[in-house]
Design a protein around this ligand. Structure first.
Ligand code: CO
Length: 312
């Protein structure tokens, strides 16, 4: 989604300290907050600008589940640029019609994934449309390292039927979007930082210990039910709670009430400076100024055509 208002603060990345424990404790719990984006669309931001660099290599997670008022999303996210990031849009309900500066256009529907590498620059629009009164999904921003910020843009759509589901424990069902879970690989394969992204559903009473590589950032965003994550003795978490885990080898999860459902994202921190100006995320203020100058003078787009990898 758009992130208007170019802000030129520079953040310094701090790599999280590793610790000796095997089970990952809960380092911080946040709640998603309401924010207004695009042409006046109200959405929930699980994390974003204010949390850099806590979620490195991830920058932002937006939740556009509409609740009772899906029509509120109709103004959408009209034409805006991106540079220096990759975005992964995961739809639950409704659809998003999109088009971009490379001539791609299409519709992503329930269960589908759109993955876009903005790289050197893309200008696109994203217009949500409710289906049967329902609208909802998530957009994750994944940072690109300095070595890849100006790479050629890429774009891929993955239909719901190509997203595998696995059942790694009794009462647990996982949609694997990216990375590996219980020996099953997700279809989004080529994100530069190779993160993992899974949608985990747990029946009431179910428990699981989820392996996560030591040193990787791990976070969860709860999207339904009540349960515990990380320190199982900790307070129950529920819809729109965000948990950041400390280092270790496994994340524990237990469902206490209803179907406990959460998005789990993990990835190796990039550990580089972040200069974030709205929809453009670079390493330095000079690179941000250059991007803004190019956008204003019509030289922002470097590649007229995206790479469209096979598959999806
Ligand atoms: Co966008």
């Amino acid at each position: 989604m758009e992130n208007p208002g170019f802000n030129t603060k520079i953040h310094t990345i701090i790599i999280p300290l590793s610790c000796m424990e095997q089970v990952r404790g809960t380092r911080e719990v946040f709640s998603a907050h309401e924010t207004i984006e695009g042409a006046g669309v109200r959405l929930h931001r699980a994390f974003g600008y204010g949390q850099v660099p806590l979620f490195d290599p991830f920058l932002m997670l937006d939740d556009f589940r509409a609740g009772n008022d899906p029509a509120a999303y109709l103004p959408g996210f009209p034409w805006h640029p991106h540079r220096g990031i990759e975005t992964v849009t995961y739809m639950l309900d409704g659809k998003v019609e999109h088009g971009d500066s490379m001539g791609n256009s299409g519709v992503i529907g329930a269960g589908d994934i759109q993955w876009m590498t903005a790289g050197s620059g893309i200008i696109h629009q994203e217009m949500p449309k409710p289906v049967n009164g329902l609208m909802g999904g998530f957009q994750l921003w994944v940072n690109l390292p300095k070595s890849h910020k100006m790479m050629r843009p890429r774009y891929q759509e993955i239909k719901a039927g190509k997203v595998p589901t696995t059942a790694p424990a009794p009462g647990v069902s996982v949609r694997v979007i990216s990375g590996e879970f219980g020996g099953v690989r997700g279809p989004v394969e080529d994100i530069i930082t190779a993160p993992s992204y899974a949608d985990v559903s747990m029946e009431e009473g179910a428990e699981i210990a989820i392996p996560v590589a030591r040193g990787d950032m791990a976070a969860a965003y709860v999207i339904g039910g009540t349960g515990t994550l990380g320190s199982l003795s900790g307070s129950p978490v529920e819809n729109r709670d965000v948990l950041l885990f400390g280092d270790g080898d496994v994340v524990n999860a237990a469902s206490l009430h209803g179907t406990f459902r959460f998005l789990l994202i993990t990835g190796r921190p990039i550990g580089e400076p972040v200069a974030w100006g709205g929809p453009i995320v670079m390493n330095t203020q000079d690179e941000l100024r250059q991007a803004i100058f190019e956008y204003r003078t019509g030289t922002f787009i470097k590649e007229k055509q995206a790479i469209r990898p096979e598959g999806g």
